[in-house]
Design a protein around this ligand. Structure first.
Ligand SMILES: Nc1ncnc2c1ncn2[C@@H]1O[C@H](COP(=O)(O)OP(=O)(O)OP(=O)(O)O)[C@@H](O)[C@H]1O
Ligand SMILES: [Mg+2]
Length: 257
């Protein structure tokens, strides 16, 4: 069953969010005082889940991830990680706690090599470098042979792999991905979805914002449709894919299967 604006049913959210590894409750947030981009957003992620967020351009998807990761001021509502209130905590503290974030843009250091980018990912725990490098390269074997190549000389898809691998260097239990397949060729988009699923199967709980809405809902356990800073629909990936309203409003134009 999906729930729809303007009167979202929060009872289901509150029940299921119990025991979530990460949850947001009625988040209000924005970039300027008095101008709210998120208007009471709810979200939860349970351990081992892959959750997708889709919605039109400007809906607030990136803002929601940034609010979870302490990069946008949350003026009302709360963010909870493993039962602890982390609202307003800074990004570097959240990284140490086990949350990884791959932003939509500028997510690598182009002048550094692949290996140096990955080293930057683990700067808070340098002793873990070798162990984590092995793990990251096992998920992205194409990067292994090219580890001394400057990241700026890589293709868009390869850069995305570097960004995801870098976020994994700190052994996150939760990974936030913002539009990892945007701007990539169909083949590279496939690669990104396959890798994301593998990362999730390796034990990392994932929240993925995606412009390729249909593909995202196909691989995620649950999905959220965000519109104008609020949850418009929520449900399992399959139920959202089959929901005539979601198809009409969000999948018809957004989807590129
Ligand atoms: N750094 C910023 N400063 C001020 N306003 C911003 C900033 N970033 C985003 N916004 C505004 O917040 C709103 C939501 O933007 P956001 O980037 O969260 O949307 P989105 O759903 O991620 O869109 P897209 O699909 O295009 O990535 C937009 O109106 C945007 O103009
Ligand atoms: Mg965005």
């Amino acid at each position: 069953m999906s729930t729809q604006n303007p009167v979202p049913d929060r009872s289901e959210h509150l029940t299921h969010a119990d025991g979530a590894i990460l949850r947001a409750d009625e988040i209000v947030a924005g970039y300027f005082p008095g101008v709210n981009i998120l208007n009471g957003c709810d979200l939860y992620l349970t351990e081992g889940e892959l959750v997708g967020i889709i919605g039109p351009n400007g809906a607030g998807k990136s803002t929601l991830l940034k609010a979870l990761f302490g990069l946008v001021k949350v003026t009302s509502g709360s963010v909870t990680f493993n039962g602890e209130d982390i609202t307003g905590q800074k990004a570097n503290a959240l990284v140490s706690r086990g949350i990884g974030f791959v932003p939509q843009t500028n997510n690598i250091f182009p002048s550094l090599t692949i290996a140096e980018n990955l080293e930057m990912g683990v700067f808070q725990k340098p002793r873990q470098f070798n162990k984590r490098l092995e793990f990251a390269l096992s998920l992205f074997p194409a990067l292994a042979d090219r580890r001394n190549q400057r990241a700026g000389s890589l293709s868009g898809g390869e850069r995305q792999m570097v960004a995801m691998a870098r976020a994994l260097m700190m052994e996150p239990s939760v990974l936030l991905l913002d539009e990892p397949s945007a701007g990539l060729s169909p083949a590279m988009q496939d690669e990104v979805f396959i890798r994301t699923r593998q990362i999730n199967r390796a034990g990392v709980s994932v929240i993925m914002v995606e412009q390729n809405a249909r593909r995202c809902l196909q691989i995620c356990d649950r999905g959220y449709v965000l519109d104008q800073g609020r949850n418009a629909y929520t449900g399992t990936g399959v139920s959202l894919l089959d929901d005539p309203k979601v198809i009409e409003l969000y999948l018809g134009t957004l989807a590129r299967a």
